[in-house]
Write a protein that binds this ligand. Sequence first.
Ligand SMILES: [Zn+2]
Ligand SMILES: [Zn+2]
Length: 734
Amino acid sequence: MHRHTEDRPRVERAESADRLPAPAPVLGAAALDVAGAEDEAGALAGSEEPRDVGRVVGEVAVHLEDPVGAVLERPVKARDVRRAEAFLPHSVQDVEEGELAGEALGQLAGSVRRRVVDHEDSRAGVQAGEHISEPSHDRLEVRPLVVSRQADDYAHPRIIARVAQTLPSNAQLAEQFELLADLLELDGADAFRLSAYRRAATRIRESAVPVAQLALDKKATRLSGIGATIEGKIVEYTETGDLAALAKLRGKLPTGLVDVMHVPGLGPKTARKLWVELGVQSEDDLRAAAEQGRLAEVPGLGPKTQERVLVSLAKPKKAVERKTLLGRVLPSVDEAVEELRSHPAALQVSEAGSVRRRRETVRDLDIIATAADPAALTAHFAGLPWVAEVVAQGSTKATVVSHDGLRFDLRVVPPESYGNLLQHFTGSKAHNVGMREEAVTRGLSISEYGVKNMETEEVFTAATEEELYEFLGYSWIPPELRENRGELAAAREGKLPKLVELEDVRGDLHSHTTWSDGRASLDEMVATAKELGRTYLAVCDHARRLRDGRLEQQAEEIADVASRTKGLQILRGIEVDIRADGSLDTSDQVLSDLDWVMASVHSGFDRERAELTRRIEAAMENPHVDCIGHPTGRKINRRDPYDVDFEALLEKALETGTFLEINCQPDRLDLDDNHARAAAEAGVKLVISTDAHRVHELANMRLGVAQARRGWIAPDQIVNTRPWREVKKLMKKQ
Ligand SMILES: [Zn+2]
Ligand SMILES: [Zn+2]
């Protein structure tokens, strides 16, 4: 937490923004349509979901390797890079002056993307300096064809007067590595190389700085997951627009095979086989082959596969867009809001939209503000160093995309109707519709600008949300509840629950250390938990990693660290696997010795509903099991919750006194809001715990608390809002 504030390089950034020059002349219409066309022609943002690599092994590996870690690491790492941001403008300064064409050094994104390589202009006889206009704010990209279009007005112009080198975006680079990995996989390369490229792709995509520029400066290896080889490839792509490795593979394999490989149920080996045996080179070929019944004849495939392929090809292609996790965006949103607040023109600034409601995944990030000088605020926002692209900018609105691909919408609104607009843009749509429908019955018409009395035509505007809700006859509704799930009626009757808050949480009952698959030592985890204000921390390393005396050795270390730690109690916990038959992977005798036992399903999710339900029920019946970890097993973007009879689980939890977890990992958030609400309403006690594998993940507690709030949950329904001695009283009597 404290690190968060220290790291903010606000002063540096404000300075660089202040140095922005006045906007230069805007490009003509020709520039717009050429730039547009080139954008369309450019590679599309591909976002294939990583396929399950080897189902069973994969499931275990998912937990062991914790690929989300890369995502989780991002905010911290990204900020590390940002802190060193001064080096980026410097690196641009190193470039010869002629190349910069008067670009403001402080404007990082702009200077990087529009670095002009100027070899030809003197010979071309075109007044290059005038044609290469450098709009600082609208960020139209200056590209060669723009110049050539203008040059076409001259007699016999040279086609290219100047070459504006546009650096590839992080998303473009990431796609190259994803494609490379896919083609290598088709080519039968070893899994290690593939996963290195895929990891690099993720890291590049989520980097908050332009990685192409970093690589040119030989600094990309500062990003974890990017070594010298990959850095070399980034430079190669940036300079030549292609990769030799890709070109080679394209010569060997049809690239359309990548789509075939991604059809559910196929995969690289089958795709290759279909190409060799049937000449299938694309999805269209695949469809034709399946329709003609040729697929079924390929050895090892059969009619079932053929049918499945036809079914998946018939499905409308869902946007394969991966949903952006709340945990990934929250730090960025916090930072953007604080950056805006610190600007002298800003009066009020608030997040809005689904991120304010703390939905588990979000799309665009909305920010609402009031300002003494709205244009100054939007200009400041558009000029922030983490901005990769300004999509739109006016005096009261700005839409920007950060280097890590997050899209922010800032709206500056009049102070007198800030309450109306903030409420409107917070949503949800369902909540707002519900509110409007109620209002209409009372002769009121609600819009984002005010509430109109339809008889008198009087319009009520609200400077705060509280005033608006009060005017409409409600108590103020916490954003997390605004989903039209009964909150309007409850607010009218003054019966909204008092929701749990982060400050209510006393301890964390699920964490890992280097004793199993955690990345931080016990010492480090304990120190951070203490810093975060926790008064107890349960160390729950995986039982399967604590065999052969390691559990006892760990106990010694816990005792040792405990003897040096004041104000935080370290609990000896464990996370045991619930096996397919419902038994645990650890004996009762061992468990009886421990302070806290989490039992979780980590494999075999695809069993029958009854079997899975029975399996978890059996674990609950064990007198030593205190809590079921990530009870529905879902992973956002990767895996649906498993098919269990949730009602039956709730009954069993009540009967046995077993708690259920709200797991705070950003891609788990399991139980989710709806399940958590159902559990709490049934009277089941819940634990909000981080399952942290790294120190910074201990701060994910806020994500679980947000889910609990979305689930209408009060502090006393959460076990770990109590001191440890009170928790013990709630636990099963053994
Ligand atoms: Zn687990
Ligand atoms: Zn765990």
